[in-house]
Ligand binder design. Sequence first.
Ligand SMILES: [Zn+2]
Ligand SMILES: [Zn+2]
Length: 133
Amino acid sequence: MEQGKCPKCEKDLEYAGGFELEGEQLGYSAFCECGWRGKEWYSLTFIDFTTDDSESKIADLSLTYLSEDVCILCQGNFTVGVDGNELGFCSTCQNKPDFPYDLDAYYIAFANDKTTFKGFDTMSRGLLEPFRK
Ligand SMILES: [Zn+2]
Ligand SMILES: [Zn+2]
């Protein structure tokens, strides 16, 4: 079974926008044109504390897929939550001055419910486009 694909027919899932938190697991409500409805579950892993300043109120719940992935930009391998993030970028790319997205702005929007999905599919769904620098 693959993340983002219907477990019944393997087509791309649609997300209803809601989610359910159960312990350290988070389930996104999802559905498919074949009629399947359900939740796609992810693990929440504690990584670190950050202190909010007056300008940022980022809820720092970090979502990870606990896996290795390939960076969208450089195609290099990275481990989510270690040297890359759940949006699909490795730390090296993210720290480059010409990194194309303002991720801080994205996380603030996410924390304020202005964008519903956070994960590898955020990129392919175009949800990062409004945050292009
Ligand atoms: Zn389906
Ligand atoms: Zn990279």
